[in-house]
Design a protein around this ligand. Structure first.
Ligand code: MN
Length: 230
């Protein structure tokens, strides 16, 4: 193969205990906790919907490190959304929920950072969300924990603090569409590939951060993710 430009290095996420997970695609689920759906003006009983971020929107944060996120341009309302991230190890199309766990490589704590003002403007105009959701460094993510180590994560606290104050607090058991159901729905629309990441949705309490703020997300069984906004 003779490339006419040097091909970009794959985006990667560190693995707890060593190694790097190459990222293929980043899928995100919208409004997947009832209390967050309600805070965004919906009932919490709508079917799941999906959007994507570019693979290189990841901001990988190694164990024990603090991620450094540059405050992005064009926004005055940068929101945090703490989310369980599922990493796909075995691809497939038409995966049934009952078989989904066998496709999971591992889990991580992630932040679906959102330029809320731009997203709201796009919503109002019925336009795509990309500018609000898919910007550079919009997907900070901590080390991936292999499912062999964590076991299947079906419940457990998911929390986010900003400068030490609790802003978001939920439980994985409150997901409207479980991880396995999400994999079924996603794989009906796209052929999942090894290296895909799925941001599974955020509990209520989303809000703005400014330069100088430090966010710390945590999920029971996965440890924490610390990101400073610069
Ligand atoms: Mn989200």
């Amino acid at each position: 193969m003779s490339y006419v430009l040097p091909p970009p290095a794959p985006a990667t996420v560190p693995v707890a205990g060593g190694g790097e997970f190459p990222v293929h695609r980043i899928y995100c689920v919208g409004r997947n906790y009832a209390d967050h759906a309600v805070e965004m003006g919906f009932s919490g009983r709508e079917p799941p919907f999906f959007f994507m971020k570019p693979a290189d929107a990841v901001l990988p944060v190694a164990e024990g490190q603090t991620g450094q996120m540059a405050y992005p341009p064009l926004t005055a309302n940068l929101h945090h959304e703490i989310e369980l991230v599922v990493a796909i190890g075995r691809g497939g199309a038409g995966i049934k929920a009952a078989d989904a766990a066998g496709h999971i490589w591992g889990y991580a704590v992630g932040l679906d950072m959102t330029r809320r003002d731009l997203q709201n403007e796009m919503k109002k105009q019925g336009r795509p969300w990309s500018i609000g959701k898919g910007f550079d460094q919009s997907a900070p993510i901590g080390p991936l924990v292999p499912i062999q180590r964590s076991g299947e994560l079906l419940e457990g606290a998911i929390t986010l603090t900003v400068n030490g104050a609790v802003k978001q607090k939920g439980d994985l058991a409150e997901l409207i569409w479980s991880v396995n159901e999400t994999i079924e729905q996603l794989s009906a629309a796209w052929t999942l590939q090894p290296g895909d990441l799925i941001f599974t949705g955020t509990p209520s309490g989303v809000g703005a951060v400014v330069r100088g703020d430090v966010m710390e997300g945590a999920i029971a069984g996965l440890g924490s993710l610390e990101v400073a906004v610069r």
